[in-house]
Design a protein around this ligand. Structure first.
Ligand code: TYD
Length: 208
């Protein structure tokens, strides 16, 4: 089972991934938590180039995120899924669509087909959007911003709107969770939202 978490910077999704991983592990599942960019050794170097090495032109940025994703899927995500683990990924293709496709205006079709090629078409079973108003997520980021975080309000507002639009267009894959509630309340909502997917996984296991 492949579950991705999406949301603008500062929405608290990383905390929620750790909480969900804990609860799934205590229910006996093998869980792999990972992230993009930077879920592999090569990816960590790509992440550094993307976030902490000065200006990167928009198309180069899109290609670097896709390169990170290709390597990540081949070496971490697919092997984990093949041995039956639950994979929880902090960001995936939808981040590229929202950030590069829309906020950087490179085009959603181009960015989607680039990532589809990079991943061999691997899509998540479920995508959890942790949504908070842009004014709240930007305030949560505090003072130390990386290259993408320091882009202005309009950029982040566009990212948020695109995530909401993607979720509305494909409701069978996405759940939208209000990330402005307390960490415990959000964690409970995340657990409720994955119940149907877990039920499908159990059916698959017992059907084998
Ligand atoms: P993330 O690891 O979520 O940020 P942090 O750990 O600093 O909270 O993501 C790093 C940044 O990369 C974030 O600003 C979103 C951006 N990003 C894209 O622009 N496109 C992508 O495809 C991905 C995966 C991330």
């Amino acid at each position: 089972m492949f579950i991705t978490f999406e949301g603008d910077d500062g929405t608290g999704k990383t905390t929620q991934i750790l909480r969900l991983a804990e609860s799934l592990r205590s229910a006996g599942y093998e869980v792999v938590t990972t992230q993009e960019p930077g879920g592999t050794a090569v990816g960590k170097q790509i992440r550094h180039v993307l976030l902490h090495s000065g200006d990167v032109s928009p198309k180069a940025e899109a290609l670097l995120y896709a390169a990170d994703r290709a390597h990540h899927v081949d070496t971490v995500v697919r092997p984990a899924l093949e041995r039956g683990a639950v994979v929880l990924a902090d960001r995936y293709i939808d981040s590229s669509i929202a950030y590069q496709g829309v906020a950087r205006a490179l085009g959603t079709d181009e960015i989607r087909s680039l990532s589809t090629w990079a991943t061999g078409g691997l899509l998540p079973d479920l995508t959890i959007l942790v949504d908070v108003p842009t004014s709240v997520s930007m305030a949560r980021l505090g003072q130390n911003h990386d290259r993408i975080e320091s882009t202005g309000f309009a950029f982040h507002a566009a990212v948020r709107q695109e995530f909401l639009a993607l979720a509305a267009a494909e409701p069978e894959r996405w759940v939208v969770i209000d990330g402005s509630k307390s960490v415990d309340d959000v964690a409970a909502a995340v657990r409720r939202s994955i119940a149907p997917v877990l039920a499908r996984l159990e059916e698959r296991k017992t059907g084998q």
